[in-house]
Write a protein that binds this ligand. Structure first.
Ligand SMILES: *Cc1c(COP(=O)(O)O)cnc(C)c1O
Length: 385
């Protein structure tokens, strides 16, 4: 039996090691010049005027909504087909996350569902670029404009992604990225907020570090001053220079990583072309898919097994996989607090029963990819109706 192929492994090279060691030897560990450089290079890459490095995408989303003034009594529209973070940050601000359904093809937020969910209390929409496929942003912006709503993109999966030629990160009021261990580039834990709005950027920056008027770099260095003022009770969300150094080395490889991911996706697509039981994800012509995840959908009517048994067989064959996501409305908190029922979001519900995320990362070899294809094909062959 061959070795277990993990669902994910990060691609960390000598460049990352060198960068981090340099910081460790420098005498400055927390937010300083490396974080600033990471922000500048990231902003340049996605074409945003401002970037603020933070210690997670969850922090980024929280700060983005805080900067927009979301507060108690407000509603924020969030897809049900997402990770915990997208909706929980709304509750941090005592506002109400209003869940909406997805479209069946990309599993991105459904524009119609967004429009139907708008009330006089709606403050913002948080589209999630599911698996790295950009949402229909021109439509979302049109709805937002018509109802005077802000747009905060959850781009945890969407680096590097493009929508109609423009980089994700340059399109909306604020965009939030993740550098969690499994994301397209990683700092272990980390995140970034991008925006073109100087006032929003300033608020995010101040609130990311206790609401202080000055950060540590401007207090403790030779040019700095010890004096600071608390402008607002903020949070402790700053990114360390250790993490930022890792981020800089990863950012330099972002393009190469993307090409490798795009290739895995293309090989999967080819490998499953003649397997109608496997519905493959695809990229619309007007986008660049970031290929963070490769989420196949099983045609359960054509198979004798369900999704869980399919995953069990993948695991037994030594292939790591996952499910993205258990829709939020099925979780006890959202079900019990807001009274959601499974059937409230039929597309997400149906998709949840069919989805499997296959391994997709730059370190996968040609043999790894072919092995996944063979195992998946064999499982289908052995379980056709
Ligand atoms: C990973 C993820 C997040 C949270 O990112 P962290 O950096 O771990 O806080 C948010 N939204 C989505 C869709 C994610 O997949």
């Amino acid at each position: 039996m061959s070795e277990f192929l993990p669902f994910h492994t990060p691609d960390i090279g000598e460049e990352e090691v060198t960068e981090v060691v340099q910081v460790l030897r420098s005498g400055w560990l927390t937010t300083g010049t490396k974080a600033k450089q990471f922000e500048n290079e990231f902003a340049a890459m996605v074409g945003a005027r401002h970037a603020i490095a933070v210690n997670s995408c969850t922090a980024a989303l929280h700060l983005a909504l805080e900067a927009l003034g979301v507060r108690e009594g407000d509603e924020v529209i969030v897809p049900t087909m997402t990770f915990a973070a997208t909706a929980e940050v709304v509750t941090y601000l005592k506002a109400k996350p209003v869940l909406v359904d997805s479209t069946p093809d990309t599993l991105n937020i459904s524009p119609d569902a967004v429009e139907q969910a708008i009330t006089p209390r709606t403050k913002a929409i948080v589209p999630v670029h599911f698996a790295g496929h950009p949402c229909e942003m021109s439509w979302i912006h049109a709805v937002a404009q018509a109802h005077n709503l802000a747009v905060v993109e959850d781009a945890a999966h969407a680096l590097p992604a493009r929508y109609r030629g423009k980089m994700i990160g340059s399109l909306s009021d604020l965009t939030c990225f993740s550098f969690y261990a499994t994301k397209n580039i990683t700092t272990g834990e980390g995140g970034m907020v991008t925006t073109d709005d100087a006032d929003l950027a300033a608020r995010v920056r101040i609130m990311s570090l206790h609401g202080l008027s000055r950060d540590a770099w401007s207090r403790y260095t030779a040019q700095g001053s010890w004096y600071y003022e608390i402008l607002s009770p903020g949070f402790k969300y700053n990114l360390t220079d250790i993490a930022a150094a890792l981020g800089l080395a990863q950012l330099a490889k972002c393009d190469r990583f993307w090409k490798a991911r795009d290739r895995v996706a293309a090989l999967y697509r080819d490998g499953f072309r003649d397997v109608p039981e496997i519905v493959c994800p695809s990229a619309a012509d007007h986008v660049q898919h970031a290929w963070h995840l490769y989420v196949i959908q099983l045609d359960l009517e054509a198979l004798r097994i369900d999704r869980n048994e399919f995953i069990a067989q993948l695991q037994r064959a030594g292939i790591g996989c996952s499910v993205h996501f258990i829709p939020l409305h099925l979780h006890p908190y959202y079900r019990d607090s807001y009274g959601y029922k499974p059937a409230d979001f039929p597309t997400a519900q149906a998709a949840f029963e069919r989805i499997v995320s296959l391994p997709l990362y730059p370190k996968m070899t040609e043999a790894d990819i072919q092995r996944v294809i063979t195992v998946v094909r064999n499982i289908v062959k052995g379980n056709r109706r």
